[in-house]
Ligand binder design. Structure first.
Ligand code: ADP
Length: 570
């Protein structure tokens, strides 16, 4: 198996089945066999003569060759009693005590099983409005979010994953200003990512500097007007301060809602890449693009045949997951099986570019992104159509907005996830993000330091006889290969990292992938510490203009505890 040391560690700590003393009772190889067998078993539901052993070995090979990995809950739970295999859920929150606390209970069950939950709080009446039954005063969405947050805090997911949530509030909710600032001090609502749900109408009003209406969700009446540009600037200001809230474009999510008769899409999963209807869930999986690169006539390119084969097998895998999944609630099983959405995406994008010698921040890279993603979505659709011939379409296919002459098994095919842990297992760069840093210095327990070098950089430097530990330490300190003047120009140009790339190129890359992705793309646009509010505002407008479904930004150093630090120990 190709696993590196970090992958082994993560799998041992968090994925392998353990006994009551916390010692693993399966090997890494055993884990992949467990998953492959459980997922392949779904074939027998459609064909009693199905060769499930053959499917199992295809799935096993695809995972152990690190060509494709399903989302974490599938690796953790497939073939086990818990059996909950999805990463993404959206739950409805209606304007009643019953609904609010029902949602908290449902979220608790989902978190316990390793899934993440998203909610729209837009239906809750605003703070200070009256409550008919008691004559009391409503406490509003923000105070209820704190209750959701506390519940999440209390449930550590099986000792491995702490629950994650997305909280969304529409821009026209009367409490929107409080929502924008509610994470300002970074000590509250810490188990939530927040996004403001923007409408196209609002974006136009902001551009024109006009007022817009705030609407009481309970009565439907306009209660107040605010200047759209002022509110837009407040969102920008809050995000500039500490990265929150993000924004999502609700009209766009709903333009791609494949079954509008079922209601509106109001929320996404925690990292924003998967818009879903209330009570819908989705399982994700990612193709490791670094394993799809081949050498041809002395040049490296994508191996399109291998990619096509992998896409086809991955769609088969993810459709099987829907079948063998044990859902936390009957209602979620029902809603999920009505549309059978899957979310196939990619990881290792930046590393693949390095292998091919293409800098991330170039036209060529953006073009190639379009090419790769349109290929994956097209081949994924074909694979889903082939499955439909044998297994039937998803039940709401005829009601859906999809072309009726090409029956599909799955309502959506593609989603680009952050692949936070999957990319560690795959030993590649995460999702479609650029490389954050090429060299990390890791402190090991006995006080010694260990250098961790991006394998593609290492190989390239060794090939040219330039590799040395001293050089690696300098790269770690400088935080970028591009700053090392004595390195050859082409290496400094190709081995770009996050902060070498302009925010515009971050957004353009996101938009390139989004154009060919059914669901959404998880991506953070990184700014240097010196970036201004105007820089952030420009990126928000650009994301809107280029057709992104949302955008998240982060300004270096704007939180006390950030996940990744340049030049600091990991
Ligand atoms: P992984 O690499 O572990 O498969 P990703 O980083 O790709 O996960 O995240 C994909 C989705 O998985 C997230 O958007 C979210 O829905 C869910 N997720 C991620 N981390 C957590 C967590 N700690 N708790 C609950 N759900 C999570």
């Amino acid at each position: 198996m190709k696993l590196n040391a970090n992958a082994e560690t993560v799998l041992k700590q968090r994925y392998l089945i353990k006994d009551e003393n916390g010692n693993p009772v399966e090997t890494v190889d055993g884990m992949f066999h467990r998953v492959a067998k459980a997922i392949a078993s779904a074939d027998a539901l459609h064909d009693e003569h199905a060769d499930t052993d053959k499917t199992e070995s295809i799935f096993y090979d695809m995972m152990t060759n690190l060509e494709f990995l399903p989302n974490s809950p599938t690796l953790m739970n497939a073939g086990r009693d818990l059996g909950q295999l999805s990463a993404c859920f959206v739950l409805p929150v209606e304007d009643s005590m019953e609904s609010i606390f029902e949602a908290i209970k449902q979220a608790a069950l989902i978190h316990k099983s390793g899934g993440g939950t998203g909610f729209s709080f837009s239906r809750l009446r605003q703070e200070g409005s009256t409550v008919n039954s008691t004559g009391g005063v409503a406490s509003g969405p923000i105070s209820f979010m704190k209750v959701f947050n506390m519940a999440t805090e209390a449930i550590k997911q099986g000792g491995s994953r702490r629950g994650a949530n997305m909280g969304i509030l529409r821009i026209d909710h009367p409490d929107i200003l409080k929502f924008i600032d509610c994470k300002a001090d970074n000590t509250e609502i810490t188990n939530f990512n927040l996004s403001v749900g923007l409408t196209e109408e609002f974006m136009k009003a902001a551009e024109a500097g006009k007022d817009y209406d705030l609407v009481d969700p309970h009565t439907g009446e306009t209660v107040k007007q605010l200047n759209a540009r002022t509110v837009f600037n407040k969102i920008v200001d809050a995000a500039w301060r500490n990265g929150e809230p993000g924004i999502i474009f609700l009209d766009r999510l709903n333009r791609d809602n494949i079954v509008p008769e079922q209601g509106k899409i109001e929320a996404t999963n925690p990292c924003g890449e998967q818009p879903l209807l209330p009570h819908e869930s989705c399982n994700l999986g990612s193709i490791n693009l670094t394993q799809m690169v081949k050498a041809e006539k002395g040049r490296k390119t994508f191996d399109w045949e291998k990619l096509e084969r992998t896409v086809k097998q991955a769609v088969h895998f993810l459709d099987n997951v829907i079948e063998v999944n044990k859902y936390p609630l009957d209602q979620i099983e029902h809603t999920t099986k009505q549309t059978r959405k899957i979310g196939l995406g990619v990881m290792g994008w930046a590393d693949s570019l390095l292998m091919m010698g293409i800098p991330y921040n170039t036209e060529e890279a953006v073009q190639l992104a379009e090419e790769v993603m349109s290929f994956i979505t097209e081949k994924g659709r074909q694979a889903s159509q082939q499955l439909a011939e044998v297994r039937g379409t998803f039940p709401l296919f005829e009601q859906s907005i999809l072309p009726q002459d090409r029956p599909q098994r799955n309502g959506t095919i593609t989603t680009i996830a952050p692949t936070g842990t999957l990319s560690i297992i795959g030993g590649c760069s995460s999702g479609v993000e650029p490389v954050f840093a090429y060299v990390f210095i890791r402190n090991i327990m006995d006080g010694t330091e260990m250098l961790e070098v991006n394998p593609i950089l290492k190989e390239e430097l060794e090939k040219r006889g330039l590799y040395s530990e001293g050089l690696m330490r300098r790269i770690a300190q400088e935080g970028a290969v591009s700053h090392i003047k004595e390195l050859p120009e082409d290496i400094r140009r190709v081995f770009v990292s996050t902060h070498d790339i302009s925010p515009e190129y971050h957004v353009r890359m996101q938009a390139a992938f989004q154009r060919h992705t059914d669901n959404a793309v998880s991506k953070t646009v990184n700014f240097s510490n010196e970036a201004t509010r105007e820089d952030v505002a420009k990126v928000y407008s650009l994301a809107f203009t280029l057709g992104c479904k949302g955008v998240t930004i982060y300004r270096d150093g704007s939180r006390d505890e950030q996940v990744l630090n340049i030049g600091k120990v990991k």
